[in-house]
Design a protein around this ligand. Structure first.
Ligand SMILES: *Cc1c(COP(=O)(O)O)cnc(C)c1O
Length: 369
């Protein structure tokens, strides 16, 4: 079986982990955590980095730090991971959805303004699958309407928008370091920001809102979202190689695109837009309307040929858990719905070999009519 993802851990990962074990620094108090935060923030061009235990926690802390709660609305793409809407719903606020652009699979920024109401507090942008959201119009709208921007850059390590790093656009921007991301810590996440007060609030929320003087007296309810020194050791070693990883992924994306070029019936990821070059977080495919079966069937057929795949995201308005809460009743986002049913991604991990890509391409030709 060709796995859908396999990380590369052959840099300084082992050396730094050994250091944790030799020194006994394994908790969140260890020195790698601060170093990883500082280096990662600097890499993205931000003043502060707050490491947390995963990317979902980073979003929850970001929403809490902005004091988004009951009565508030947050505009976000329908086509994203549940972590985004989940963070807003858990805070007692309402996610307000926007459909996707059929070419980039990112939120269609032309549809944002029509969703703004007096209750809107923030726009949550999510860079999807290796291309960024078109940020300039989003930033203009946020400025015009006095809205905060939360930027989910979980899939965007090393990605730029007009030469500016993804992760530098939000009042608070978040990352994930899950093993299929360009930088992994096993499990892990980070919030980055330029705002001193928000950074302080995120640090406090991450650590149960302990207070300096009266440690066990709490003015506010926080979370234990701390990252361990072991995770940060991995992250530091991975970060050293981010440029190399992005290069590998781009080469992989280009190679897949060349291999699939003559294949009818699938839409390939855009190699570039006027504002960005794809970093191919994953290599997604969307079945054309002329193909009689859907992504489930395609993935099953590829599985029979020992090719690992994953489905695309399932849109937020079609999530049973949210529908049962009474959210999104009667709403429809046709592009997101189609992407969910027709889209899937093929093996795209950093350890993937050229020979494996050839096998994937051969199998794809076999399963398509
Ligand atoms: C992976 C991912 C997350 C969640 O990160 P975890 O570390 O798995 O919690 C959030 N948003 C997006 C867009 C992601 O791809």
């Amino acid at each position: 079986m060709i796995p859908v993802n396999e990380p590369l851990l052959d840099g300084n990962e082992k050396k730094y982990l050994d250091e944790c074990i030799d020194t006994g620094w394994i908790s969140s108090e260890g020195p790698f955590v601060r170093e990883f935060e500082a280096r990662f923030a600097a890499r993205v061009g931000r003043r502060h980095g707050i490491a947390v235990c995963n990317g979902t926690a980073a979003l929850e802390a970001a929403v809490a730090a902005l004091r988004i709660g009951p009565g508030d609305e947050v505009i976000m793409p329908a086509f994203t991971i549940i972590s985004c809407a989940g963070a807003v719903v858990r805070a007692g606020a309402v996610p307000v959805l926007v459909d996707s652009d059929p070419a980039t699979w990112n939120m269609d920024v032309c549809r944002i303004e029509e969703r703004i109401t007096p209750r809107t507090r923030a726009i949550m942008v999510v860079h999807i699958y290796g291309l960024p959201v078109d940020m300039d119009p989003v930033l203009k709208l946020a400025e015009k309407h006095g809205l905060k921007v939360i930027e989910d850059a979980a899939e965007a390590h090393g990605l730029t928008y007009h030469d500016r790093h993804c992760g530098s656009f939000g009042d608070l921007s978040t990352f994930s370091f899950y093993p299929n991301k360009h930088v992994t810590t096993g499990e892990g996440g980070m919030i980055v920001t330029d705002d001193d007060m928000l950074a302080e609030r995120c640090r406090s929320l991450r650590n149960l809102c302990f207070q300096n003087k009266k440690r066990f007296v709490h003015e506010e309810l926080g979370f234990n979202f701390r990252m361990t020194n072991l995770q940060a050791a991995l992250g530091l070693a991975q970060l050293e190689r981010l440029d190399q990883f992005v290069e590998v992924k781009r080469r992989m994306g280009q190679r897949y695109t060349e291999l699939f070029a003559g294949t009818k019936g699938v839409q390939l990821p855009m190699q570039s837009t006027e504002y960005a070059d794809n970093i191919y977080w994953v290599y997604g495919l969307v079945l054309g309307d002329d193909v009689a079966f859907d992504a489930d069937e395609a993935m099953q057929r590829l599985g029979e040929r020992k090719i690992g795949t994953r489905p695309f995201f399932w849109p937020m308005h079609e999530q049973p858990v949210f529908r049962r809460m009474g959210l999104f009743a009667g709403e429809s986002y046709p592009v997101a719905e189609r992407l969910a049913r027709r889209g899937f991604y093929v093996p795209s991990g950093l350890a993937l070999t050229d020979a494996q890509m050839d096998e994937v391409a051969a199998a794809l030709v076999e399963i398509l009519p």
